[in-house]
Design a protein around this ligand. Structure first.
Ligand SMILES: C[S@@+](CC[C@H](N)C(=O)[O-])C[C@H]1O[C@@H](n2cnc3c(N)ncnc32)[C@H](O)[C@@H]1O
Length: 278
């Protein structure tokens, strides 16, 4: 484990979560200041305030968008659902891509992140950012159980859906329920692109970049006492949830480096699923 990661794990054991996350996010914002100063006209959310991930918000968003566009076979008039959209990292490139027949719906539990997206991500398509009032120990949501959340979309109304870095924070029952909802709102043949951690049979993760440990119900967690910080699922459990949702894997899973000992390329696994015909 990197010294910084080991230090953060230790801090989580001895200090309240919001304090550790706040200090960590502030440090990350300070590190990214040069990037912000180089292009002052480009809107960038603050990690400490909007609770987004680190790195170049727009560059990473564009990379995920390129993957989403090709894997979901996206067209400019598509209706897209962005699950756990945060500050709209994917909404920005989608705003450039979707035309007036297209539509984007993003939902997230963070009103601050949604506020940033609403202010800045606009395009020819209809854009809608919706607050999901659900519980999360990691992100501070205190509403209803996420497993009971009904996505803000009609049955079979979406051509494609995405969830970047959302399933890595969902308890197993919430992950299963969110997949079911994705299956409900996708049109037959519609695709869901998501990132997460899939634990394959026989994986040894002790020396991994992200050393997940068994948690419960087919889920593994970095810290089983605080599972929503970083959680993965056994492949068999995940594929079972997909089946129950009327979905199936549409492409081989592209493995991230989280399960290896070397930091190279993508961190999380990239997963593409497709809604089966009724
Ligand atoms: C790592 S961030 C990723 C945000 C965004 N997808 C992106 O790529 O920038 C995870 C997001 O999931 C949201 N989130 C966590 N649990 C959620 C839940 N049960 N329902 C909806 N959003 C959730 C958080 O508020 C946070 O914005």
């Amino acid at each position: 484990m990197r010294p910084a990661t080991a230090f953060k794990s230790w801090a989580h054991r001895v200090l309240p979560r919001p304090v550790v996350n706040g200090v960590w996010n502030l440090a990350s914002d300070v590190k990214d200041l040069p990037l912000r100063l180089r292009s002052p006209g480009v809107p960038r959310p603050w990690r400490v305030w909007h609770n987004v991930g680190g790195g170049d918000f727009h560059l990473i968003g564009q990379q995920y968008f390129d993957w989403f566009r090709s894997s979901a076979r996206l067209q400019p008039d598509a209706h897209v659902l962005d699950m756990g959209c945060g500050a709209g990292r994917l909404a920005f490139p989608l705003a450039d891509y979707l035309d007036a027949q297209g539509a984007y719906t993003g939902f997230d539990l963070s009103e601050r992140a949604l506020g940033f997206a609403r202010r800045h991500a606009r395009g020819a398509a209809h854009f809608n950012f919706i607050r999901a009032d659900v519980q999360s120990r990691e992100y501070g949501g205190a509403g209803a159980k996420a497993a009971a959340y009904r996505f803000p979309a009609d049955d079979e109304s979406m051509d494609a859906a995405l969830a970047i870095s959302l399933f890595s924070h969902l308890l197993p029952e919430d992950a299963a329920a969110y997949l079911k909802e994705a299956g409900r709102v996708l049109k037959p043949g519609g695709r869901l692109c998501l990132t997460g951690f899939l634990v394959e049979p026989g994986m040894t993760l002790d020396a991994a970049v992200l050393p997940l440990k068994p948690f419960r119900d087919g889920a593994w967690a970095a810290d089983p006492r605080e599972p929503e910080r970083a959680i993965g699922y056994e492949r068999a459990a995940f594929e079972g949830w997909l089946r129950d949702a009327g979905l199936q894997l549409a492409e081989p899973v592209a493995s991230g480096h989280w399960s290896t000992a070397v930091r190279a390329g993508e961190f999380q696994d990239r997963i593409v699923a497709e809604k089966l015909p009724a």
